[in-house]
Design a protein around this ligand. Structure first.
Ligand SMILES: Cc1ncc(C[n+]2csc(CCOP(=O)(O)OP(=O)(O)O)c2C)c(N)n1
Length: 329
């Protein structure tokens, strides 16, 4: 029996996990509509299919921990507790957004939650995570740093430098690779000599393992155990979560690099479908429970959209503020 099968959650916790994944799914489906209506501009990278990873890992973090993610980070921000209103306002470029509308989709940030982005640079979060973990170590703080990134980042120099320094300096970092098998249109085997990502990570002398990233219970169980290890040893670890991006890389992507059959196959294994049917099978969720949770998530999204649409844009007088430093006459 696997770790995940052993650890069926109690009903209350199962509903927390399901609710978090539903919130992310509902939020992002609405984002796609708002993008098509030109209310959200710039780039928009959606996390559909990968929700179990952010939700599962985030369960064992405390307020003292630092979290970093990529440009596909709406789900991480929501799971980390940023308000849906502040994220939606950010996406619409409004001053009530978590970055006053200046960051947009790829740069969600909230220091009060120790959520350090959102980063448009592939691999850009890794050295920041190492720096935050180094600060934690030097200040003898209680927190760890957790960095989410795609498998495409593992071909970047920053990956190697970050893994090496984290292991060498014995820093409390969890590196979470969200392996969805494609970096934009490039399949893993077309860009990586070593497609076994755990083997690659383990070469940096740190524990490394893989988990089914479509299974929120498996992700949570693995993350809890690994994070407990990081906290007690104050050394880094690597977790590969195998997953699939059910939508395009970003909003404009003809997806010529993968077949419709492949996408359909993964859809059947999606984290919401699989978790919901497992809970129903275990008798802890009815279809009505599911529909109620879904409706609540959609209502929260509509509230966030209204809030964002009503929020003001940055005033012209304030446009040059926060660019380099606050210089006031
Ligand atoms: C340093 C750098 N190189 C290239 C790009 C262009 N780019 C944006 S997303 C992306 C693919 C990254 O794929 P992956 O890391 O697997 O993450 P995913 O998008 O699959 O979540 C690339 C190459 C970039 N943003 N930064």
């Amino acid at each position: 029996m696997t770790e995940a099968q052993l650890l069926l959650p109690d009903r209350e916790h199962a509903l927390v996990l399901l609710t978090e994944m539903l919130r992310i799914r509902a939020f992002e489906d609405r984002c796609a509509e708002l993008y098509s209506a030109s209310k959200i501009r710039g780039f928009l990278h959606l996390y559909n299919g990968e929700e179990a990873i952010a939700v599962g890992v985030m369960q064992s973090l405390t307020a003292a921990d630092a979290v970093l993610a990529t440009y596909r980070e709406h789900g991480h921000a929501l799971a980390r507790g940023l308000s849906m209103r502040s994220i939606m306002a950010e996406l619409l470029g409004k001053v009530s957004g978590c970055c006053r509308g200046r960051g947009g989709s790829m740069h969600l940030f909230d220091a009060s939650r120790r959520f350090y982005g959102g980063n448009a640079i592939v691999g850009g979060g890794l050295p920041l995570a190492v720096g935050l973990a180094l600060a934690e170590k030097l200040q003898k703080g209680p927190g760890i740093a957790v960095c989410f990134f795609g498998e495409g980042a593992m071909a970047e120099g920053e990956f190697h430098e970050s893994m090496n320094l984290a292991a060498l300096w014995r820093l409390p970092v969890l590196f979470v690779c969200e392996n969805n098998y494609y970096a934009m249109g490039t399949a893993l085997a077309r860009s990586e000599a070593q497609v076994d990502l755990v083997t690659k990570a383990a070469s940096y002398a740190m524990p490394a393992e893989s988990v089914d990233g479509m299974d929120v219970i498996a992700v949570e169980a693995a993350a809890r155990r690994i994070i407990a290890g990081i906290r007690s040893t104050q050394t880094p670890a690597f977790l590969e979560a195998r997953t699939y991006r059910l939508r395009a890389h970003s909003m404009y992507d003809p997806q010529l690099y993968r077949s419709k059959d492949e996408v359909r196959e993964w859809e059947q294994r999606g984290p919401l479908i699989s978790f919901t049917s497992r809970l129903k099978g275990a008798g802890v969720l009815t279809e009505k429970d599911f529909q109620d949770l879904k409706a609540a998530a959609e209502a929260e999204v509509e509230d966030a959209v209204r809030f964002a649409e009503d929020a003001p844009l940055e005033s012209v007088e304030d446009l040059t503020r926060f660019v380099y430093a606050e210089v006031r006459p």
